[in-house]
Design a protein around this ligand. Structure first.
Ligand SMILES: Nc1ncnc2c1ncn2[C@@H]1O[C@H](COP(=O)(O)OP(=O)(O)OP(=O)(O)O)[C@@H](O)[C@H]1O
Length: 259
């Protein structure tokens, strides 16, 4: 079976400087959550941006990124944009701030479907209601007519995830989706990602510096440090029997309550 996403030997450099990402490889299957963990600056977000084709213009990307077997590295801007629009949902760091404050929830969720998939307003709205319900937004029909500012931070995060799922992607990339939330809301959002994976059966790349979040959700884990993957395996392997000193130090930091 072809993986939803297969990344092989991914590299990224700025100009002639040393690469900031080197030899990164992993795969994500349908319904599987891959946790990508590492300290700040280890290359997690740049890896996600390469998958999306949104790397900084000054960056050169090498290696292979295949989405359902289709190569994205070196593909045209147009084909990458199409892959992004149809097949990849993205919840960016501090995504809540990126919801347009003047647009209603209905417009936020339906416009992607209308523009990217050519779906009419009625079915797009029906899908919006289903997604708000999946995200456990109370009174989804009433929520359609509200604007982001009328919701709490945790609710805005859920709306952002619904927006990312609007075009029925087969891959969802979530970059630090729980970082700005307090502990109780974090737990709820973790539960929602579990629902997404089970009910929609899509692959999820979950990026976090928080090993607790990664361990709650991931089937497989990669640990990044200074632009390389230093550990790669099932959640159990990586978190119970880490082989790399960096992973051990992350786990020790968790047990001392420092992460
Ligand atoms: N536009 C850029 N130009 C030059 N260097 C960059 C650029 N963007 C990121 N970097 C560098 O690349 C490295 C990896 O950055 P990246 O944002 O992927 O880290 P990260 O693991 O996601 O960190 P964080 O958790 O803080 O977001 C860092 O050293 C960063 O300074």
């Amino acid at each position: 079976m072809t993986a939803v996403l297969a990344v092989e030997n991914l590299g990224l450099r700025f100009g002639t400087s040393l690469p900031v990402i080197r030899g990164v490889s992993f795969a994500i299957e349908k319904g599987e959550v891959l946790g990508i963990v590492g300290e700040s600056g280890s290359g997690k977000t740049l890896t996600a941006r390469c998958i999306l084709g949104l790397q900084p213009p000054s960056a050169t990307v090498s290696g292979s990124i295949r989405l359902h077997g289709t190569e994205l590295v070196g593909s045209s801007e147009k084909s990458h944009r199409l892959a992004r629009a149809h097949d990849i949902g993205y919840v960016a760091q501090d995504a809540r701030a990126s919801l347009h404050p003047l647009l209603t929830v209905q417009t936020l969720i339906t416009e992607h479907q209308r523009i990217n998939l050519g779906i009419g307003m009625k079915p797009a709205t029906q899908r919006a209601i289903e997604l708000l319900d999946l995200m456990r937004i109370p009174d989804p029909v009433g929520a359609l007519h509200k604007r982001p500012g009328e919701f709490s931070g945790g609710m805005r995060q859920r709306i952002m995830i619904a927006v990312a799922l609007a075009c029925d992607p087969s891959l969802l990339i979530a970059d630090e989706p729980t970082t700005a939330l307090d502990a109780t809301v974090q737990a709820t959002v973790i539960g929602l990602f579990d629902r997404i994976r089970r009910q929609l059966g899509i692959g999820v790349a979950l990026i976090s510096h928080d090993l607790g979040v990664i361990s709650a959700l991931s089937d497989k884990v990669i640990v990044m440090a200074q632009g390389v993957v230093v550990e790669h395996g099932s959640r159990r392997q990586v978190l119970s029997t880490p082989t790399h000193p960096y992973t051990r130090s992350l786990l020790e930091a968790v047990s001392r309550g420092r992460l």
